[in-house]
Design a binder for this molecule. Structure first.
Ligand SMILES: [Fe+2]
Ligand SMILES: [Fe+2]
Length: 292
């Protein structure tokens, strides 16, 4: 099946953000929503660096020029995302919320546990590479899900969320929607084994839920303005109902979609909406001006 109708050439937009006017609770009066979304700044710098690291190793296995171009575009976008989220961390530190204890663990997780391992060239090394390519495809199902969610999360605007943070999230979210098919198509091209897809989905999903709830708890407990900051599933559920976070129902429904044999990421989100946001994003427009 061809999905080329939705294809746009992928380019990295060299965005930059200045954080001095962004308050600690950038969703006003709602530290829980703020910190749940802030977990992105903890996971993505190391996570997206790891995507780039793995994809550079898989390039020699690609026998399709169009896909190779997409993967190279994807690498450029993910490297920029990683850096943009990393640049939020000093701002959190200045506001008394030092993320280092948590990011040190995340770095270990991606660099050591999911790193190259000392495998001899041959079958074992290829197996581990394919396993990671499949993991990235599963994770990208969720980055596209979240990207699509944030592009449509109008409740954040109504609550007066900080415009710079919203632009970071939506610029990133739009690029996630824009490149949402690349990781899956790459996996199908180099391997495509269904059991591997299902197995790595389970690992990716369980790990994301684990790291996310831990990250939210870390922020809530270390927020210097909160006396007894806590995170709970109930808080998450309630924010979902209010449109401030993804709903648990939408998250549950996304599972069988990825595991369906007819899944293709082009069925998720809207390229037209992503491209329209990127054409009006303050950061993307400034990047465009700077590069022309
Ligand atoms: Fe990304
Ligand atoms: Fe991505």
């Amino acid at each position: 099946m061809s999905h080329t109708q939705d294809r746009v050439p992928l380019k990295a937009r060299k965005v930059s953000f200045s954080w001095e006017d962004t308050p600690l609770h950038w969703v006003p009066g709602d530290p829980f929503t703020t910190h749940t979304i802030n977990v992105l700044h903890l996971l993505l710098p190391a996570g997206e660096r790891w995507f780039v690291h793995v994809y550079k190793q898989v390039l020699p296995y690609i026998r399709d020029e169009r896909l190779r171009e997409d993967v190279i575009g994807f690498i450029g976008q993910e490297a920029t995302h990683s850096q943009a989220h990393d640049e939020v961390l000093p701002h959190l530190r200045e506001q008394g919320l030092d993320p280092t204890p948590y990011t040190a663990q995340v770095d270990w997780f991606f660099e050591k546990l999911l790193g190259d391992r000392t495998l001899p060239p041959g079958k074992a090394r290829k197996w581990w590479l394919m396993e990671r390519v499949a993991l990235i495809a599963a994770i990208e199902h969720y980055t596209a899900f979240l990207g699509n969610w944030v592009l449509n999360a109008e409740e954040l605007d109504r609550r007066g969320a900080d415009p710079t943070m919203l632009d970071l999230l939506r610029w990133h979210g739009a690029e996630e929607v824009e490149h949402r098919s690349v990781a899956f198509e790459l996996f199908m091209h180099v391997d495509g084994n269904y059991r591997r897809r299902a197995r790595t989905w389970a690992s990716a999903f369980a790990t994301l839920v684990f790291l996310w709830q831990r990250g939210t708890r870390f922020f809530m407990e270390n927020d210097p303005t909160l006396v007894d900051g806590k995170a709970s599933f109930k808080e998450f559920y309630v924010r979902g109902r209010r449109g401030l976070l993804p709903t648990t129902g939408d998250m549950a429904r996304s599972i069988p979609r990825y595991l369906s044999r007819s899944y293709h990421p082009s069925q998720e989100g809207s390229t037209a909406q992503a491209v329209a946001y990127l054409a009006s994003s303050p950061a993307a427009m400034a990047a465009e001006k700077g590069s022309s």
